[in-house]
Design a protein around this ligand. Structure first.
Ligand SMILES: Nc1ncnc2c1ncn2[C@@H]1O[C@H](COP(=O)(O)OP(=O)(O)OP(=O)(O)O)[C@@H](O)[C@H]1O
Length: 757
């Protein structure tokens, strides 16, 4: 029962019987002997043929009008959209005969438009065209609502990436949106055709029952019912068989995608993601990602890189080097022949002469000013050519908004100025350039590969969208796939890839258009450790070969350590820290930066400044450089390496492993003793990290009253600063620590570094 309650069975069975039993009893009434002559009578033949013809035309009309209508309803924003969606439900609710009357009042001789049409010699009612219109009237909502529901539940990540790859809106619609919605389109079309085939009330009212002209099969059945009931039953059987044939053809086991089709309000299968636009680059002398500038002489070499840093090394070797087995890609080694051939033999060739190879364009700087009040974001950032900037910050800090602003995605309103190189892509008085014209590459958390294209087709999609001939784009794709160790996957479909393989393909795809700026949004967070490291090294190798200006949103210390030159920390939509990556990791100045770097960071004001420090006196003596801060945890004594002024803002940093934990206030000096309440204990490598928050002022003075498990748990909430102590499991067991206990965290002044903020 898959966890379903048993009581659902009886009503479900009754529901099924309500549909099946009447049809089954109809079949029992069929006189098989007289079936042949009845079905071959001219009246029956004409009616069946007319029904099929008009239903097909009405369905085509529904597709031609319904697909654009559904797209507008689901994706455009215009006044009255909800009302229009509601009005489209009317034909589903109204009796069809009312629909027929409505059509008559519009197109009849004295109707709103009918009079004018008659004047032009066009008469619609009681013609075959009227049958088609009546059928389309009742069938259109089935198609529109099916597609509308699918579109609204369909993530736009694929479309966003396609746009950043250079695809124009029509190409995105035809090559990305509609293929992804194929199951819903088929489903809606089948429903519309079935509804048109069974249409009766609107037809007889608006088109009448003229044999061979407007008398469709449902009308023929109705008319035969009074004169020849057996014939009516036999013709009903024909309608049932035709309807069943359509349903089986569309929903049969040989068409699994359609059997999962999206029905109105249903959900389209597919990845959801926060995938947005991506990076570009420039040479620099001390970059983390790469140290070698692009070789301007090697105009076609931008794609000629590999994990090893040498374009001549086979991807198989690269895969072996990085332990590719961890990605679940046991065949990477087996791909040596193909990969080596494409990567080694064709290196440099694919882009030669193509629009993408218009020289090894030097990396370009990025300048942006993003002010989006509706999201509380106000950030200005200048990124020198080729620099990799890690954007850090807590959830909701505005990191993705920043990347979306560069890519021209997101649909938010605000003042956004983006300049890449000398191209002003958005700004005051400047019409914002669409994503396809920005030359940015987007790499997101998941790899939104186009499911209906092969791996190679996905990588070639961007170049082809930018006008590169198919052959050249295919060769370029093969070369890039070799570079990422995925040449052997070229013919596979995205659903046949592991997460790590898909991300490697996404890297190749993002670089295939040789973007000026690469926007990378938590690219490895959905991968296991091995696959993440492999993908990280691939990005590093790509950057080494052709540095690009890059914004990298991440929550991962390894990404920053291995890829970033500079770190920008955002909090509540503002830059709170900005500095070289090594400096921020070693000596963070913001609360989030401290947490990210794994050190305790307390913000405070200088009470007693370290004075007279010169370089020669730094760290010589604790006494000489001592400084005291007033913080939320009380006074903190530490050593300063720079001159501090009284009453200025500063931060105190100390490692969790330098903190000792006591049940009672310790004596002796020079030591910092913080009264805290334990909030959490979590594994941290071989140690346990014990988190604690400041106790309230009136609770801080006294000695710990004992175990009191849980007594202080509620004090850990709010914005109280948290500090951590790393203890061995044995120490935690010996102290018998548990959340809620009141403790003292103690750290020597010599272990505390005080820095100006
Ligand atoms: N589509 C949207 N409409 C309205 N507000 C949004 C939208 N997307 C994000 N926001 C808001 O904008 C602010 C910044 O969000 P953003 O997604 O840029 O943050 P983030 O730093 O990327 O967060 P996370 O790390 O959780 O992805 C948040 O307050 C968020 O609630």
């Amino acid at each position: 029962m898959n966890g379903l309650p048993r009581w659902v069975v009886p009503p479900a069975a009754l529901g099924a019987l309500l549909v099946v039993l009447p049809v089954a009893s109809l079949l029992t009434r069929v006189d098989v002997g007289s079936l042949g002559p009845l079905l071959t009578s001219p009246g029956a033949r004409d009616a069946l043929w007319l029904s099929l013809r008009t239903s097909v035309v009405a369905t085509l009309l529904c597709i031609a009008l319904g697909v654009p209508l559904a797209l507008l309803l689901a994706r455009a924003s215009f006044p009255g959209r909800r009302i229009m969606r509601a009005l489209l439900l009317l034909p589903l609710v109204l009796p069809p005969v009312v629909g027929g009357l409505a059509l008559l009042t519009l197109l009849g001789r004295s109707g709103l438009l009918g009079g004018a049409l008659e004047g032009l010699g066009v008469r619609v009612p009681f013609t075959t065209a009227a049958v088609v219109l009546a059928q389309a009237f009742v069938a259109l909502p089935f198609l529109v609502l099916t597609l509308d529901g699918a579109l609204r539940s369909h993530d736009t990540a694929h479309e966003d990436v396609a746009a950043t790859l250079g695809a124009r809106p029509t190409r995105v619609l035809l090559r990305v949106t509609l293929p992804a919605l194929a199951p819903a389109l088929v489903s809606g079309t089948v429903l519309a055709f079935a509804r048109a085939l069974g249409e009766f009330g609107a037809t007889i009212t608006f088109a009448g029952a003229l044999q061979g002209v407007t008398q469709t099969l449902p009308l023929e059945i109705y008319l035969q019912r009074s004169s020849d009931p057996d014939a009516a039953v036999a013709l009903s059987l024909v309608l049932v068989v035709v309807a069943l044939a359509i349903i089986v053809a569309a929903y049969g086991p040989w068409f699994p995608q359609v059997s999962e089709a999206v029905l109105p309000g249903g959900e389209s299968p597919g990845p959801t993601s926060r995938d947005v636009p991506g990076p570009g680059g420039s040479p620099r002398s001390s970059g983390r990602l790469g140290t070698e500038p692009r070789d301007p002489a090697n105009r076609a070499s931008w794609s000629n890189w590999s994990l090893s840093g040498s374009s001549r090394e086979s991807p198989a070797a690269a895969g072996a080097q990085t332990g590719d087995a961890q990605t679940g890609d046991a065949q990477t080694g087996g791909g040596q022949a193909g990969g080596g051939q494409a990567g080694g033999g064709q290196a440099g060739e694919p882009s030669a002469g193509g629009p993408l190879s218009d020289g090894a364009r030097p990396p370009v700087p990025l300048s942006l000013r993003v002010r989006v009040p509706e999201r509380g974001v106000d950030v200005a950032l200048d990124v020198p050519a080729g620099e990799v900037v890690a954007i850090l910050g807590p959830n909701g800090a505005g990191k993705s908004t920043l990347l979306q602003a560069v890519a021209g995605l997101g649909g938010h309103r605000g003042d956004v100025t983006v300049t890449i190189g000398d191209r002003v892509l958005a700004g005051p008085g400047v019409r914002a350039a669409p994503p396809r014209d920005r030359r940015v590459g987007w790499l997101g958390q998941r790899a939104p590969l186009l499911r209906h294209l092969s791996v190679a087709g996905n990588v070639a999609f961007g170049p082809v969208s930018r006008g590169v001939p198919h052959g050249t784009a295919a060769a370029l794709a093969q070369s890039l796939l070799s570079d990422v160790g995925a040449a052997h996957l070229a013919g596979r479909r995205p659903h046949e890839l592991s997460g790590g393989q898909a991300q490697r393909v996404a890297i190749a795809r993002a670089l295939a258009t040789d973007p000026d700026v690469l926007l990378v949004d938590e690219p490895f967070s959905a991968l296991d450790v091995g696959a993440a490291q492999h993908a990280r090294l691939l990005l590093q190798a790509a950057h080494r070969s052709a540095p690009r200006t890059t914004l990298l949103v991440t929550h991962d210390l390894l990404d920053v350590a291995q890829l970033a030159d500079r770190v920008v920390v955002l909090e509540e939509g503002r830059v709170v820290e900005d500095g070289p990556a090594a400096e921020v990791l070693a000596r963070p100045r913001s609360t989030f930066g401290g947490r990210f770097a794994g050190v305790n960071l307390l913000v405070g004001r200088v009470l007693v400044a370290a004075e007279g420090l010169g370089p020669e006196r730094r760290m010589v003596s604790v006494e000489a450089s001592g400084a005291t801060l007033s913080t939320a945890l009380g006074e903190v004594h530490g050593t300063a390496e720079e001159v501090l002024a009284d009453d200025t803002e500063a931060v105190a940093l100390f490692e969790p492993r330098a903190v000792s934990v006591h049940r009672d206030p310790p004596g002796g000096s020079p030591r910092n003793a913080f009264p805290v309440v334990l909030t959490a204990i979590e594994p941290h490598g071989p140690l346990l990290r014990v988190w604690a928050a400041a106790r309230s002022a009136d609770d801080a003075g006294g000695h710990n009253s004992g175990a009191g498990t849980g007594a202080g748990a509620d004090r850990s909430g709010g914005a109280a600063p948290q500090i951590a102590a790393d203890l061995t499991p044995a120490a935690v067991a010996e102290l018998g620590l548990a959340p809620g206990e009141r403790l003292w965290f103690v750290v020597k002044a010599a272990e505390v570094t005080v820095l100006p903020r």
